[in-house]
Design a protein around this ligand. Structure first.
Ligand code: SAM
Ligand code: SF4
Ligand code: F3S
Length: 436
C-alpha cells in the first residue's frame, strides 16, 4: 500500500528475507509469513489493515497460521492499537526498523516475541541494507536516497511515521545504482519524501544527479517527490545540464491560494511557485509538470478554490493527483473545522473534470507525434503487446514480435485513451524520413 517508497521498502524486505530462506510466493495460501506494508496518509488506513488481516485469517482458517507482520506507516502510527485489537498480528515494524525483520521472524518462530519495533533507527537500517544486494531486475527501478520529513505541513502524517530528514551517502547510492544497472535497469527513480532536500556533507541532489549521469548503461534518471521550498538554483540548472534527467517534474503545490498554503505551513506563496515553474521552463524548455492537490482544506473558501482552478489552467499540469482533505489523527489540522462534505465533493468533482480535460487535450495532441519509450514488460493480454513509458512518464503500449523489455525505442503514437497511449515502432528508414 502507499507511495513508491513503500514499494522500494517491500522489495528490500524481500532481499533481506531471502537470507533466511524466505522467498516470495504468488499463492497466498502457501505463505509461511505474510507481510503487509501499510500507508497512513489518508482515512480508513487502519480499517484497511484489519480488513486485509481478516482476509488472511479466513484463508488460513483450517491451516497452520502464517507469521503476520504489519510494517510501514500504519505500524508506526498505530502499532500498539493494532497489536491490542488483532491478536492474529505477530509484530508491527515501523519504516525505519524493517532491517530487523529476519531477527523478528526467527524470534517468532522460536515463540519469543518482541512485537513492537517502531523506533527511528534510519542509520542502522541503511547500514544493514547496504550489506544486502538490491536484486531488483526491472528496467525501471526505485532507489531511496532520502527519508523522512522536517517540514510538518499541518495536514500530514509523514514526519510522524517516517521521522526526521536523513540522506544516504553518495557512495552507497552510487554503489546501489551500479548494482541496479548491472541487474539490467535502464532507468533509476530516486526517492525521498523530500527528495530535493537531499544533502550529504557538501553534496546536494544536483551533485548526485551529475554523478549518476556518468554511469555507463544508465539511460534515464527521475526523482520524486520534490518540495517547491527546497528547489535551489543548482537543481534548476541540472534540468538543462544533466542529459539523462527526464523532462517531467512532479512538484506538489496542494493549493492555488497563498492563504491556504500559509494555513498548511507549506513555506511558500503561490507567486514563488509560479516563478519557480518559469525558472525551470527557462532552464529546460521541454519540461512539463505534474502535481498533488488537497481540495477543501479547512478554511478553504470559494475564492481560494477558484485560485486553485486558475493555477491548473495556467500551468496545464499533464497529470494531477487530488484528494479531499482527510483529518489525520495526531496532526494539527485534525482539530480544525472541515469544509461541508457536499461542497468538498462538488469542488473535487469540478477540479477533476477540469484537470481531466487538460490531460485529454494534451494527450490528443500526442497522436501522430514521436517519443522514446523505455519498455518495462510484456502486458498480460497475450497479444505481443509491450508496456513502457515515454520521456514524460506516459504509459505507452506497442505491439512487437520481438521482446522489447529493457529497450528504449522510438515510437509513433497512433491513438490514446485517458490513461494510455498506443503506438507503433518506427524502423530506421522511417526515422530518417522523420529526421529529414
Ligand atoms: N512530500 C510531498 C510534498 O510535500 O508534496 C508529499 C508526500 S505525501 C506522501 C503525498 C500527497 O498526499 C501530498 O502531496 C498530499 O497531496 C497528499 N496528502 C497528504 N496528507 C493528506 C491529507 N491529510 N489529506 C489529503 N491528502 C493528503
Ligand atoms: Fe508531508 Fe509536507 Fe513533509 Fe510532504 S513536505 S511529506 S506533505 S509534511
Ligand atoms: Fe503512505 Fe507512508 Fe508513503 S503514509 S504515502 S506509505 S510515506
Amino acid at each position: 500500500m502507499g507511495c513508491q517508497m513503500n514499494e522500494y521498502d517491500s522489495n528490500r524486505i524481500l532481499d533481506l528475507a531471502k537470507k533466511i530462506n524466505y522467498f516470495p510466493t504468488k499463492k497466498i495460501e502457501e505463505a509461511n509469513c505474510y507481510v503487509l506494508n501499510t500507508c497512513h496518509i489518508r482515512e480508513k488506513a487502519t480499517e484497511k489493515v484489519y480488513h486485509e488481516v481478516g482476509r488472511v485469517k479466513k484463508q488460513f482458517r483450517d491451516k497452520k497460521k502464517p507469521i503476520v507482520l504489519i510494517v510501514g506507516c500504519v505500524a508506526q502510527a498505530e502499532g500498539d492499537i493494532l497489536l491490542k485489537s488483532e491478536k492474529y498480528i505477530d509484530a508491527v515494524i515501523g519504516p525505519q526498523n524493517y532491517h530487523s525483520i529476519n531477527n523478528i521472524i526467527k524470534r517468532i518462530d522460536e515463540k519469543d516475541r518482541e512485537n513492537n519495533l517502531t523506533e527511528f533507527d534510519v542509520i542502522k537500517k541503511f547500514d544493514e541494507l547496504n550489506l544486502v544486494k538490491n536484486s531488483n531486475t526491472k528496467a525501471s527501478s526505485y532507489l531511496t536516497i532520502q527519508e523522512g520529513c522536517d517540514k510538518f505541513c499541518k495536514f500530514c502524517v509523514v514526519p510522524y511515521t517516517r521521522g526526521p530528514e536523513y540522506s544516504r551517502s553518495i557512495k552507497e547510492i552510487i554503489l546501489e545504482a551500479r548494482q541496479l544497472v548491472k541487474n539490467g535497469s535502464k532507468e533509476i527513480i530516486l526517492l525521498g519524501q523530500n527528495v530535493n532536500a537531499y544533502k550529504y556533507k557538501n553534496n546536494h541532489l544536483s551533485d548526485l544527479l551529475y554523478k549518476l549521469n556518468d554511469i555507463e548503461g544508465l539511460e534515464r534518471i527521475r526523482f520524486t517527490t520534490s518540495h517547491p521550498k527546497d528547489y535551489t538554483k543548482d537543481l534548476i540548472e541540472a534540468h538543462k545540464k544533466c542529459k539523462k534527467l527526464m523532462p517531467l517534474l512532479h512538484l506538489p503545490v496542494q493549493s492555488g491560494s497563498s492563504e491556504i498554503l500559509k494555513k498548511m505551513n507549506r513555506g511558500h506563496c503561490i507567486n514563488e511557485y509560479t516563478d519557480l515553474i518559469e525558472a525551470l521552463k527557462e532552464s529546460n524548455s521541454s519540461i512539463k509538470f505534474s502535481s498533488d492537490f488537497i481540495i477543501a482544506y479547512p478554511g478553504e473558501t470559494d475564492k481560494d478554490f477558484e485560485k486553485t482552478i486558475e493555477l491548473v489552467k495556467k500551468i496545464k499540469f499533464i497529470n494531477t493527483y487530488s484528494f479531499i482533505f482527510s483529518a489525520r489523527p495526531g496532526t494539527p489540522a485534525a482539530s480544525l473545522d472541515i469544509v461541508d462534505v457536499k461542497i468538498a465533493k462538488k469542488r473535487l468533482s469540478l477540479f477533476q473534470h477540469i484537470t481531466n480535460e487538460i490531460k485529454k487535450n494534451y494527450r490528443k495532441k500526442l497522436v501522430n507525434t514521436f517519443c522514446n519509450v523505455l519498455f518495462e514488460n510484456k502486458t498480460k493480454n497475450n497479444d505481443n503487446s509491450f508496456f513502457g513509458r515515454d520521456e514524460y512518464f506516459n504509459s505507452v503500449i506497442v505491439k512487437s514480435k520481438i521482446n522489447l523489455t529493457g529497450q528504449i525505442k522510438k515510437v509513433k503514437i497512433s491513438r490514446n485513451n485517458q490513461n494510455t497511449l498506443f503506438g507503433e515502432l518506427i524502423d530506421y528508414k522511417k526515422r530518417e524520413e522523420f529526421a529529414a
